[in-house]
Write a protein that binds this ligand. Sequence first.
Ligand code: ZN
Length: 205
Amino acid sequence: MDLLYKPPKWLKSFFPDVLWENRQEGIVLTIDDGPSENTFRILDSLDSHKIKAIFFCTGKNIEKYFREFNAIIKAGHRVESHGYNHKRLIFKGEKENEREISKTNELIKQITGSEPEYFRPPYGWFNFHTTTTVRQKGMKMMMWSFLTADHTGDFSKVKRLSDSYLERSSIIVMHDNKKSRDIFDQSLDYVVKTAKEKKYFFVCF
Ligand SMILES: [Zn+2]
């Protein structure tokens, strides 16, 4: 099960074009699934730690939480694509993969003036059609090297995984959704504390 939380080397080597960790020193914090009604709180939390993050947003939520989406940009964070409807693209054909990615790209471009550069597949599940579409759009796929488990709502799990898996060039995933809402702040505090103890620092692309 920890395969998902810390993808193993063999899996990474199977997909060399995918970004699994930061190639330079520094932890990259990514936040999936937003925007949501919790986004403003997350922005405050990031601000208190002086961290800039990459928000992988769904098109559906950008439309629903438009104010929150603009606040993410205004606060100087980066916004990238997490597809439109948060579907399991591994089970979808060429058309649906294309639609999920195009629709979100167009929406982000309308608002920010430029298309996203990175795509993160919902649930981390993708197939050949996903990788082909991402490549055709001139984008890159960004996965992760450490999934914090904040979406389980179990803070003791976040602690255990952070103690074991946080590394100096990790790409971390946290969530801007209902499931992580109650433990997001304490999870981020714990990850930042752990990073500081190990003398790691945060960067953003
Ligand atoms: Zn997601």
